[in-house]
Design a protein around this ligand. Structure first.
Ligand SMILES: O=P(O)(O)OC[C@H]1O[C@H](O)[C@H](O)[C@@H](O)[C@@H]1O
Length: 315
């Protein structure tokens, strides 16, 4: 009997593989795509602590000495900086907060995985994890130091081509507040002395290792040859910044709403001073941190603000 013209039936059991999400006892949430990429987020700080490509290659640097027990911000991955970047200025609403604020050292909640409806036809290949932090969830100490009614929603979206992280800041009170946001990416690189950071040429930057002097970037691929701590200002979010090696991008970082880019490598002497950073580990990392930190943004009561980065790895 010739059955070749018989229409192929779609068996009920033949469903398309879906992304998987696990909530783990150690305070992490991880997700894996059917194509093999994975992401792990620690609820402490909603810190992305791992992002692996389909071949298992880790893209983020986390120090071998990083502390993951919630007693200190995690040294590596993608800490979320809010509501102040760096040491808080004196006589400012943030002045009683620690460096880089409280978001990176607060316990966030996992709000769940976005529904397949909201991801549309990407639902089989992409996963979006949402995390939340609000005024009532931070410690009494942080609340006293920064007594505003706020809500943060941090969305981490993994696709085969990219990792996107997006922070929404909500002012849930009636009084306005000032804030900085910065996404403190620690990228894993084969050899920091062989990379360049591109697309910051002609930008003004604050050189934190040279008395905060304002300088003009002349290089089209910034080399890291010593301690580096620079805040590039007024960087058009529409132009992606890349970390390149031999002219080829290792990471390309597109941004929305984030118009500063901080480039940081502590180098040896500073690495030695940090208890949660291995002495030699500076060679295998670079921080390229999209932010909105040139001045404080003001959020009126009832308003919301959003900043997003999309990181594309070398594929
Ligand atoms: O040690 P942390 O508080 O985590 O800060 C680590 C680094 O973050 C940013 O990159 C700043 O520009 C640096 O000045 C700072 O040293």
């Amino acid at each position: 009997m010739d059955r070749s013209k018989k229409p192929t039936s779609i068996g009920i059991g033949g469903s398309i593989p879906q992304p998987t999400v696990n909530i783990n006892d150690n305070g992490t949430v991880d997700a894996k795509l059917p194509s093999g990429e994975s992401v792990t987020v620690h609820l402490f700080g909603a810190t992305v602590i791992s992002w692996k490509l389909a071949n298992g290659a880790e893209q983020l640097f986390v120090s071998s000495k990083a502390i993951l027990d919630g007693s200190k911000a995690i040294r590596g991955g993608i800490p979320v900086v809010f509501p102040v970047f760096g040491p808080p200025p004196p006589d400012h609403a943030t002045s009683k907060l620690p460096q880089h604020g409280f978001a990176r050292s607060s316990n966030w909640e996992f709000l769940g995985k976005s529904s397949s409806e909201s991801l549309g036809d990407k639902a089989d290949t992409t996963v979006k994890l949402d995390f939340g932090l609000s005024s009532s969830m931070i410690t009494e100490e942080f609340r006293k130091a920064w007594p505003y009614e706020f809500g943060l929603v941090y969305s981490v979206t993994l696709s085969p081509e990219s990792l996107e992280t997006s922070l929404q800041v909500q002012n849930k009170g009636t009084e306005s507040f000032d804030f900085h946001v910065l996404l403190h990416n620690y990228f894993k690189v084969p050899d920091v002395t062989k990379i360049g950071v591109t697309n910051l040429q002609n930008k003004t930057y604050i050189d934190k290792v040279d008395n905060k002097q304002e300088k003009q970037e002349t290089s089209d691929a910034i080399a890291i040859t010593g301690e580096t701590d620079r805040v590039y200002l007024d960087v058009d979010p529409a132009t992606p910044v890349s970390v390149v090696e031999n002219g080829k991008p290792l990471f390309t970082i597109a941004r929305e709403g984030l118009n500063t880019v901080t480039v940081w490598n502590p180098w040896l002497e500073n690495a030695k001073k940090m208890s949660d950073f291995g002495d030699e580990e500076y060679k295998g990392m670079v921080c390229v941190e999209p932010g909105a930190v040139k001045s404080f943004s003001v959020l009126e009561g009832g308003d919301a603000w959003e900043g997003t980065q999309t990181i594309r790895p070398r594929l």
